[in-house]
Design a protein around this ligand. Structure first.
Ligand code: OSB
Ligand code: MG
Length: 369
């Protein structure tokens, strides 16, 4: 396929409720979309980078610049590119995986739409619906947290994930465990807010029967995660630390993680995400699909990924209305705690281009060969 042009669309979309983590409080999403125009048709990709470099070193303006200055010129040097070739074409650029993932996904969408193949079929999906959980932000009070969680339970979400940080951990976890009862699936995510000095404190969580504790320590600190995994019963799950298949295998073999949160954006794209899934399946390490508050464009691909056989835990693949009043595609609607895997070619969803234009926070940028 020959890429004729890349369009960069920057949008501002309000969230239905603020989302607070240990690192930031977000009231909206700063969305970067990539549309590729090729000789076989068009494709879309959503960049998961956040407005500021607080979750990872990437951020939206940086990702846009990497695409503009490095990734699109690299694509234009060839007359025959494919999603499978993208990682090689982009390999001179170190890191910037979220930027690379957005472009690779747009290429894959164009290529699979032309071939009449869905993301699910291409990735190796074994089911047409996936179990969904919901990630619940830090709340001003325990009462407000319980009201929010009760709403999600009533909607049918199969698992609750609580964002935690020092000062917001044991009390909210105890309260939500009581609300859910002993059988309710519950897990926590610290987004690197703790240090090795907190191991004794984190051990107290063992009494709440959590599915896992996600990323308590900084990205590069594999050693402290190994120490924690040895000290507590709650399984340790890595998110931020897992940036490639090699890192995933290393973390598993060293005992730093016994569950992995797979986010395609964080690892450079869906092809690498499938490779991490395969490595985990081979080692019987369960995985689940993470999220970055994606619109329907990114969500469609996540739901297809979550349909692979190793995704045995409910993902952060929530319905459109958990995030936005209106979505950029047809909405993803929860049915029996599940979302349907889109079946049409490529991502299987239709981008509402009039909304993309209406919600633009900057003029569209056209990058041509
Ligand atoms: O750590 O999993 C995370 C959102 C933004 C950045 C990081 C994370 C998250 C979430 C929300 O937990 C997942 C979602 O609902 O998309
Ligand atoms: Mg996380």
């Amino acid at each position: 396929m020959r890429v004729e042009a890349l369009e960069l669309h920057r949008l501002a979309i309000p969230l239905v409720r603020p989302f607070e983590t240990s690192f930031a409080r977000q009231t909206g999403r700063d969305v970067l979309l990539v549309k590729v125009r090729t000789d076989v048709g068009e494709g879309w990709g959503e960049c998961v980078a956040m407005a500021d470099p607080y979750y990872s070193s990437e951020y939206v303006s940086g990702a846009a610049d990497v695409i503009r200055s490095y990734l699109s010129p690299a694509l234009f040097t060839s007359d025959d590119v494919s999603a499978e070739a993208a990682a090689g074409i982009f390999s001179p650029v170190v890191g910037h995986r979220m930027a690379k993932a957005a472009v690779e996904t747009a290429l894959l969408d164009a290529q699979l739409r032309a071939a009449g193949t869905s993301f699910g079929e291409y990735f190796g999906a074994v089911t047409d619906r996936v179990d969904c959980g919901v990630s619940v932000g830090i709340s001003p009070t325990i009462d407000e947290l319980l009201a929010e969680v009760s709403g999600y339970v009533a909607q049918g979400y199969k698992r609750i994930k609580l964002k935690i940080k020092p000062g917001w951990d044991l009390e909210p976890v105890a309260a939500v465990r009581e609300l859910l009862g002993p059988e309710g699936l519950l897990q926590v995510d610290a987004n690197t807010a703790y240090t090795i000095a907190d191991i004794d404190h984190l051990r107290v969580l063992d009494q709440y029967g959590l599915l896992l504790i996600e990323q308590p320590f900084v990205e590069e600190d594999i050693r402290s995660h190994i120490a924690l995994a040895r000290a507590i019963e709650t399984p340790v799950c890595l998110d931020e630390s897992i940036v490639t298949t090699e890192v995933a295998i290393d973390a598993i073999e060293r005992g730093a993680t016994s569950v992995i949160n797979i986010k395609a954006g964080r690892v450079g794209g869906y092809l690498e995400a499938v490779s991490i899934h395969d490595a985990c399946l081979e080692r019987t390490v369960p995985v689940w699909c993470g999220g970055m508050l994606e619109t329907g464009i990114g969500r469609a691909a996540n739901v297809a990924l979550a349909a692979l056989p190793g995704f045995t835990l409910p993902g952060d693949t929530s319905a459109s209305d958990r995030y936005f009043a209106e979505d950029l595609t047809e909405p993803f609607v929860l049915e029996g705690g599940q979302l349907a895997v889109p079946a049409g070619p490529g991502s299987g969803v239709t981008v509402r281009e009039e909304l993309v234009a209406d919600w633009a926070s900057a003029p569209m940028e056209m990058l041509r060969r």
